[in-house]
Design a protein around this ligand. Structure first.
Ligand code: PMP
Length: 357
């Protein structure tokens, strides 16, 4: 019976070989998906790394595991210790999972503007969630600073500091980058993605650039309201942050330590407007059957535009950061889209997917 299932599964393309030891070993080794519809439109090959298939549901599982393992290796945390982080999203979810799997306590500081769903999810995962007033980074009461200060008051505790702790980018340098290289057999013209901490872009970018001897170009994609496009294209001038985006988890007002590892080696950067990102959420659902969040949609728009720029036959990869499940009450709500002025960004034949009021 089992054998019959295995044969049936294999013939459908499922791998049944081998097992992994717990949550932590289930992180990574995600598929690289060839995006057929978009590739055919451009005459190029566009690939998305399916990071939503990580066991905690996002690309940040890798960073969460990376920063905790790094602290263990340095002897900064011992069994029964506490992991503290300031995060409004996927890093907290990844950390909460990793902490349960490794037996640590997890304390998450987040701005009190975040949705109840996010708070509830982190609490369900066993984290001690502390919503604090949403104030700017230069205010000492900012959630990141509160996380750092709280960790200092505890014995056997770490502040994982996802933005400036380069163990984050390193996690991608040793896992995501090599996986993409192997999956494309080293034949890749460009990699592009948006950044929050910069860990994914810097880690993957450095690996691919080194391994290809500079042949693979690395580009940055940016949402509105982020300063990174202008920073890269002006050769390093940091402007004041202005504007905003409906995307979550990406965009930045400064050069974090993680991004700083690689920012000077980028081939270029460009901004993707929210209208295009929203349309791509629906397009990917309709043509590829992929249910993905807005930062992923932005990445795919960017990969599509970069493939067009590099010309027919080019091969471009990006990151599919997480699924739409965490954002569906917004991305598929007609009322929300209207309030954001984005209802008309969705092509008429795709409006049928906006099924929520
Ligand atoms: N997309 C989503 C949904 C995220 O949560 C994040 C992490 N903030 C990113 C993209 C960007 O990843 P990174 O922090 O590695 O730049």
């Amino acid at each position: 019976m089992l054998l019959a299932f295995r044969i049936a599964a294999r013939s459908r393309g499922f791998s049944t070989a081998g097992t992994v030891n717990g949550f932590t070993e289930a992180v990574g080794n995600t598929p690289l998906i060839y995006l057929k519809g978009l590739s055919e439109k451009t005459g190029s090959k566009i690939y998305g790394k399916a990071e939503f298939q990580n066991p905690g549901g996002s690309v940040k599982d890798r960073a969460a595991l990376g920063v905790v393992c790094n602290a263990e290796e340095k002897g900064l945390i011992k069994p029964g210790g506490t992991v503290v982080e300031g995060t409004a999203g996927n890093t907290g979810i990844g950390l909460a999972h990793v902490c349960r799997a490794k037996g640590y306590n997890c304390v998450i500081y987040m701005p009190d503007t975040q949705s109840q769903e996010k708070i509830d999810l982190l609490r369900m995962l066993g984290a001690d969630v502390r919503p604090v007033p949403a104030v700017a980074y230069d205010n000492p009461k900012n959630y990141n600073h509160q996380a750092r200060d709280y960790a200092k008051t505890l014995e056997n505790a770490i502040w994982t500091d996802q933005f400036d702790n380069t163990a984050n980018a390193h996690a991608h340098y040793v896992s995501t980058g090599p996986e993409i290289w192997e999956q494309t057999q080293g034949d890749l013209d460009a990699f592009i993605c948006a950044t929050g901490t910069g860990g994914t872009l810097a880690g993957v970018g450095r690996y691919l650039k080194e391994k290809s001897g500079g042949k693979t170009q690395i580009w940055l994609a940016d949402p509105p309201g982020s300063v990174l496009t202008s920073y890269v294209n002006s050769g390093g001038k940091l402007v004041e942050r202005s504007g905003s985006s409906i995307t979550e988890g990406i965009g930045q007002g400064r050069i974090t330590n993680n991004l700083g590892l690689f920012v000077n080696e980028l081939s270029g950067a460009f901004t993707v407007p929210d209208e295009k990102s929203i349309a791509m959420v629906y397009e990917l659902l309709h043509t590829e059957g992929l249910y993905i969040g807005a930062s992923t949609a932005l990445n795919v728009v960017a990969a599509f535009e970069l493939a067009q720029k590099l010309g027919k036959g080019s091969k471009v990869a990006t990151i599919l950061c997480d699924g739409a499940y965490r954002y569906q009450s917004r991305l598929f709500s007609r009322k929300w889209l209207k309030a954001k002025g984005l209802e008309d960004a969705i092509p008429v034949h795709l409006k049928k997917y906006a099924v929520l009021d």
